[in-house]
Design a protein around this ligand. Structure first.
Ligand code: HEM
Length: 225
């Protein structure tokens, strides 16, 4: 294979904490989908025995709740970083491209193989920005519905506090059955997002190698000079 020599400009794209949170959220979402489907339909069960040790369902449930609260806490901190962190200014700058119609058209053409990548101010193009915003809304919905499901089982301590803070959401949805249904439907919406997200990342990494999928691992983007 022929070796070429090229020079690249290295620009910082994602800070270490943002990268860490991305992977914590990714793994917790995968785990929550798996354990959530188990809660909805326990598709395997331990061999029955006489000992009181076969609480697999309870185990799945408690892990689901713990990882659920992990997702909530990391997402709140991630939102804080997006809104106020000086080192994540490039993310906030992406919002200004949302109002630039030329960038929208340029990006659609680029996705359709009809033109080059438009020059964007921040790290996300407008279509990407909207899809991540939609994911944030889905995480908000699944978190609120998860909290309602949680406090309806655990009535003391944190459960009591969450009930007083989020009862309005349960009432607004018309009761617990609808909350459960929405939690389940949102799971499917997130499951539709994941393959599209992975496909787009791989597509971008192949079409624009300097954009790179590895920026969410290494933190840098390499642009040819
Ligand atoms: C990506 C995130 C999440 C996914 C994919 C997910 C998925 C699911 C699914 C599919 C179910 C079963 C619903 C059914 O019965 O049909 C479930 C139940 C539940 N989830 Fe989640 N969930 C997520 C986040 C959360 C969060 C953040 C919490 C809050 C702590 C939470 C708490 C619960 C609780 C308490 C139940 C009900 C357990 C029971 O019925 O005893 N979930 N989840």
């Amino acid at each position: 294979m022929k070796t070429e020599e090229k020079t690249f400009k290295r620009s910082p794209t994602f800070t270490p904490v943002v990268r860490f949170f991305h992977w914590v959220r990714a793994f917790s979402i995968f785990f929550l989908i798996f354990s959530g489907f188990y809660i909805a339909y326990p598709f395997f069960a331990p061999e029955p025995n006489g000992e009181p040790t076969n609480f697999l369902y309870a185990l799945f449930r408690s892990w689901h709740i713990m990882v659920g609260f992990l997702l909530i806490s990391v997402s709140i901190f991630r939102l804080y970083l997006f809104l106020v962190s000086g080192r994540n200014k490039n993310e906030r700058m992406s919002a200004s491209d949302l109002f630039n119609k030329d960038i929208w058209i340029g990006q659609i053409k680029n996705y359709l193989f009809l033109g080059p990548h438009p020059h964007i101010k921040g790290v996300y193009n407008p279509i990407q920005f909207c899809s991540y915003f939609l994911l944030a809304i889905l995480v908000l919905i699944i978190s609120l519905t998860g909290i309602v499901l949680y406090y309806n089982v655990y009535h003391n301590g944190l459960g009591a506090f969450l009930q007083s803070a989020f009862k309005w959401f349960e009432v607004a949805l018309g009761g617990l059955a609808n909350v459960r249904k929405l939690h389940h439907i949102t799971t499917w919406a997130i499951m539709i997002f994941i393959p599209i997200h992975v496909y787009m990342v791989v597509w971008n990494a192949i079409k624009h190698p300097d954009g790179g999928a590895d920026s969410i691992i290494g933190g840098f983007r390499y642009q040819e000079t």
